[in-house]
Write a protein that binds this ligand. Sequence first.
Ligand code: URA
Length: 292
Amino acid sequence: MAKTLDPAAKQAVSDRLRYYRDLGIYDFYTREVSAETLAALGLNAAPAETVETSATAENISATPDETMATPKKAKAPSAATLKILNDRPVALVNIRADLGDCTRCVLHQGRNKIVFGVGNVNADIMFVGEGPGADEDEQGEPFVGRAGQLLNNMISAMGIQREDVYIANVVKCRPPANRTPEREECDTCSPFLMRQIAIVRPKVIVALGATAAKALLLLNDSMANLRGKFYDFTPTLPTDAPEHALELSGIKLAVTYHPAYLLRDPRQKKETWKDLQMVMKYLGMKPPAKSE
Ligand code: URA
């Protein structure tokens, strides 16, 4: 429902939207929350003006509390729970704020920018890479270098665009000389990735390469064994994370080769395409028709 905003509120909305864009969040959609999810949180399936599910120019408010909807005839969940349920961009902003100017592991020492994640907060598909390289560290956005170009091509081959998916990494800071992140570094950073997954709630996660696969699945196996199938995935959340309140079942995870590996060994592109086709089939997606 459209409301007229006073100039101060308008300015606050505009500042907030700019902040989202800096975080790589561009799209704001309204998506209905299922009756089961609402029931699990002790809420009624209230009309749209009572329970809004995403940020729009109208419902992003100057202070977070103004986004709180009041459920009718239902036990109110905590404010934090409702905020997450209602507003994925805000929830991601909160996770980014919790990450802060992170010094939790040694990777912060060499970093230029923290690379949090980018894309559609309502994406059906989330790609998870290993960690930022030089270009990503400079720009603060994942997969913007050569590997990113190949990832973009992979996404286009699926008939969608980069802006349709969400992209993040296991570690948010560039490892020195692009080395593989250490187990401890992955363990320190992955709670933030798990929280991002809980908020985006993609239908399918595509783990790019062994580091992402190991961090997400806690499996130590060869890429040949890990890829080519779906895993049921539930994010392992920190015990104090508010995202525990969300319904997180039904997420599938597929493993495929990392684009940087494909640049070194293009023969594996065929296998990667098979993995992506498996994802597309599951999601009912058709590749774009070939132009003559
Ligand atoms: N490789 C990754 O794993 N992530 C990036 O963001 C870039 C390259």
